[in-house]
Design a protein around this ligand. Structure first.
Ligand code: PEP
Ligand code: MN
Length: 367
């Protein structure tokens, strides 16, 4: 059960609610976070709440809403609460990720040197894109593969981001201390840019990392679906982040691991976009690069990665995370799936066309 208080609820109102919870022998957690318009106080009830009537709390002063939660992911979930409209998404440092448009995050899978970071940012700036992806901490299958430059590259990544008006950088963290390294580097460079903490597919159920990211309320989160677990398990894992009070989460589909996906790197799972949207309040991102894993071109002249982008956007994706590199053949990580910088205008044009088609498709069903 979740009890949401009115925006102007008094301390005594909260006190009365907690008193009643204790009388019912239930445990609880009070959570405060900044909603789109005002501060929200929610009380999460644990234990056997089935026998407690909603009306017991609904009648109390200062209580806005009481929702019985059937799913385990109570905070990110949408539940059967159709009377309370919500805004899917958020704005972070001037970058909006919502259902109003598709927000593009083209960038380097892994930072390899300063020159390539600058080339990438220059290309984005020329096309008016203020968001990117930049991997500094790379989880790799083999310990002998390039693991990313770690904190050593952060200074120039943030400095160059400011130079080219890049406002939000999706950056994976693989250990809790990476969050502090990023926070310190942003402070030391006095950066205007900001970071979206990325949870990679290999860490989807690294619960201590999820709790640490959940406590880092100053950063929004890009949460990748686990490649070898069910969607339901991944959504429960995303709830760990929300349960620590960090509600600015985007859920990212990136394909699932199965030999049945071959010759693609993973089996594209973008048909799950409507499932995630029906079940949760989260905006949905697609990562066609890690899904497909190669730049092969189909007989129609469109590459498999672009086809996957199209599939995601036509299914309502709100964000696209995609690998680019100035020289994919020299990239230290995932070069075979990286698009060339020269393909950036083509990518944008393609996204715009498919998004327009998506809007037209929606209109068919709304009329
Ligand atoms: C990445 O985006 O760089 C990455 C490693 O992706 P995933 O966690 O989906 O494999
Ligand atoms: Mn990669």
């Amino acid at each position: 059960m979740i009890i949401t208080l009115e925006a102007d609820a008094a301390k005594e109102d909260l006190g009365r609610v907690l008193e009643l919870i204790k009388n019912h022998g239930l445990s609880y957690k009070v959570q405060e976070y900044q909603g789109t318009f005002h501060k929200v106080i929610e009380i999460l009830l644990f234990g056997d709440t089935k026998s407690v009537p909603l009306s017991a709390f609904e009648g109390l002063p200062g209580v806005l809403r009481v929702v019985r939660v059937s799913q385990k992911y109570r905070l990110i979930g949408r539940h059967d609460d159709s009377n309370s409209p919500f805004v899917r998404g958020f704005t972070a440092n001037g970058v909006t990720i919502s259902e109003d448009d598709v927000t593009l995050f083209p960038g380097l899978c892994a930072v390899d040197n300063e020159e390539n970071v600058e080339k990438m940012f220059q290309a984005l700036h020329a096309l008016g894109i203020h968001q990117t992806r930049m991997g500094a901490y790379k989880p790799r299958t083999s310990p002998y593969d390039f693991q990313g430059l770690g904190k050593d590259c952060l200074e120039y990544v943030f400095r160059l981001a400011d130079k080219y008006d890049i406002r939000l950088i999706s950056m994976e963290v693989t250990a809790p201390h990476h969050i502090e390294e990023i926070r310190s580097a942003l402070k030391e460079t006095n950066a205007k840019t900001s970071v979206m903490l990325q949870i990679g597919t290999r860490n989807t159920q690294n619960f201590e990392l999820l709790k640490a990211v959940g406590k880092a309320h100053d950063f929004p989160v890009l949460f990748k679906r686990g490649m070898g677990i069910t969607l339901e398990e991944s959504l429960n894992a995303a709830e760990y982040v929300a349960a620590e009070g960090n509600q600015r989460i985007v859920f990212c589909l990136r394909g699932v691991k199965t030999h049945l996906g071959a010759p693609h790197r993973n089996l594209v799972d973008f048909a799950h976009i409507p499932v995630v949207k029906r079940g949760t309040k989260l905006p949905v991102c697609i990562d066609p690069s890690h899904s497909v894993g190669s730049m092969r071109v189909a007989p129609d002249g469109i590459s498999d990665i672009f086809h996957a982008v199209g599939q995601g956007i036509i299914a309502g994706a709100d964000m696209v995370l995609i690998d680019f590199h100035p020289e994919p053949e020299k990239a230290m990580c995932d070069g075979p799936q990286a698009l060339r910088l020269e393909q950036l205008p083509q990518f944008i044009a393609y996204v715009q066309k498919v998004r327009a088609a998506y809007n037209e498709c929606k209109a068919i069903f709304q009329s």
